[in-house]
Ligand binder design. Structure first.
Ligand SMILES: *Cc1c(COP(=O)(O)O)cnc(C)c1O
Length: 351
C-alpha cells in the first residue's frame, strides 16, 4: 500500500472494503463469517482500510464483520428502537427532548457498526425526497425553545469541508442556539479526515464532538494524533461507548478505554446499554450486568474516567442514567424504569 495515498481521507473512502474478497486481503475470516457474507446481509457493510488494519483485535472484528446472528430477531427488538420516526419533526430532524434536537445530516458512514441504532437507514438513500436542509432550518428558527443542536447521521464528518462549513454557519446564525455538537466516529475509523482545515472550521463554529469509541484497541497512533490535533484547536470532545457483550463488558476493558480517552482529552460521557435494534441480541448484556460494571468503576477510578451508564428508553423516553439496582424492576423479560418525566418505560432484556 502506498502510504502517501492511503493517508488521504478521500482515498480511504474510495477504497473502502465492502465485499468479502476485499476484507480477506486484510484478515482471515472464520467459516461463520464467510458463510454470513454468502447469505443475505441485512445490515450495511463497509470498513475503511484504516479500521481494517485494527481487526487483528477480536473485540473490534465482532463489531464490524457480519455474522449469521444478525438475521435473528430477538424478543422485543425493533427496526427503530428509540421511536425516532414518531418524533421526526422534518425529514432531517428528530425532536424528542424539550430543548435539544437531533439533526440527521447524512445516512453515509465510512464504516458501519453491526449494532447501529440507526441500521434501518444508514448506508441507504434517504427515505424521503429532499435536496436541501431548508425546512429543517426553518423549524429550528421557529422553535425558540431549542438551544442545542446535535448533528449526526450517518457520520457528518464524512461530508466535505465546504458542506460542513455552510451547515454549521446556518446553525450558528440562529440566535437562540447555544450549543452545537457533531456525533462522529471519524477520528476512530477515518483519522486522516482530521486535517488542519477541518479543525479550523470546527473551531470557528465552536463545535463540540461527541465521538464513538468502544475499545482501547481503537486508540491507534493515527487516532491519538487526530484527537490531539482537535484538542490543540480547542475542540471539546466527549465519548459515547456502547456496552457490548464479549467486546467491552468487563471492568478492565472499560478502565483501559476510559483512561486512554482521558489521555487524549476525550471525556467519557455515556456508557450506553445497547439499544434493542433488530439483530443485536448477541451484543446485548443484561441491565443487571451493566449496573455491576458501572458500580465497579464509581469510586474505584478517577471520577473523570467514569461515564454515565444510561438506557435510552425504547419508544423515545430519552436517555435515563442508571446508578443502582433500586432504580429498576424486572417484569418477566422486561426491565422497567422511570424516565426524566417520571413516565414508565421498558427495556426488553430476556435473561
Ligand atoms: C441522545 C439524544 C440527544 C442528546 O442527548 P444528551 O443526553 O443531551 O446527550 C438528543 N436527541 C435525541 C433524539 C437523542 O437520542
Amino acid at each position: 500500500m502506498n502510504s502517501k495515498v492511503s493517508n488521504d481521507w478521500k482515498w480511504q473512502i474510495a477504497n473502502r472494503i465492502s465485499t468479502r474478497e476485499q476484507l480477506e486481503e486484510y484478515i482471515e475470516l472464520t467459516d461463520d463469517e464467510r458463510a454470513a457474507f454468502d447469505g443475505d446481509i441485512p445490515l450495511s457493510f463497509a470498513v475503511t482500510p484504516h479500521y481494517a488494519s485494527l481487526l487483528t483485535s477480536d473485540a473490534l472484528r465482532k463489531t464490524v464483520i457480519p455474522t449469521d446472528h444478525e438475521n435473528n430477531i430477538g424478543t422485543g427488538e425493533l427496526a427503530d428502537p428509540l421511536g425516532e420516526e414518531d418524533h421526526r419533526a422534518t425529514p432531517h430532524l428528530i425532536h424528542t427532548y424539550p430543548d435539544k434536537v437531533l439533526f440527521l445530516a447524512t445516512t453515509f458512514c465510512s464504516t458501519y457498526c453491526r449494532y447501529c441504532t440507526r441500521s434501518r437507514m444508514v448506508g441507504k438513500p434517504l427515505p424521503f425526497d429532499v435536496s436541501t436542509f431548508d425546512e429543517t432550518f426553518q423549524y429550528i428558527e421557529e422553535h425558540k425553545e431549542i438551544r442545542d443542536v446535535l448533528i449526526s447521521g450517518g457520520d457528518p464528518l464524512t461530508m466535505t469541508d465546504s458542506v460542513l462549513d455552510e451547515l454549521l454557519s446556518r446553525v450558528r446564525n440562529i440566535p437562540h442556539i447555544r450549543m452545537v455538537r457533531i456525533g462522529s466516529k471519524v477520528p476512530v475509523v477515518l483519522p486522516q479526515r482530521i486535517t488542519a482545515e477541518l479543525c479550523s472550521i470546527l473551531r470557528k463554529h465552536r463545535v463540540w464532538l461527541s465521538l464513538h469509541f468502544i475499545h482501547e484497541a481503537e486508540l491507534s497512533p493515527e487516532t491519538k494524533a487526530a484527537c490531539r490535533m482537535l484538542s490543540d484547536y480547542g475542540i471539546g470532545m466527549v465519548s459515547q461507548t456502547v456496552l457490548l457483550k464479549g467486546v467491552n463488558d468487563d471492568t478492565q476493558s472499560l478502565i483501559d478505554l476510559f483512561y486512554g480517552l482521558l489521555e487524549i482529552n476525550v471525556k467519557p460521557y455515556y456508557l450506553l446499554q445497547c439499544d434493542p435494534v433488530q439483530g443485536s441480541e448477541h451484543f446485548r448484556t443484561t441491565v443487571e450486568k451493566g449496573i455491576e460494571l458501572i458500580q465497579s468503576l464509581h469510586g474505584h477510578i478517577s471520577g473523570l474516567a467514569v461515564p454515565q451508564y444510561v438506557i435510552d428508553a425504547p419508544g423515545g423516553g430519552g436517555k435515563v442514567p442508571i446508578i443502582g439496582k433500586e432504580q429498576i424492576r424486572r417484569e418477566g423479560d422486561d426491565v422497567v424504569f422511570l424516565n426524566y418525566l417520571g413516565k414508565e418505560y421498558r427495556y426488553p432484556d430476556p435473561l
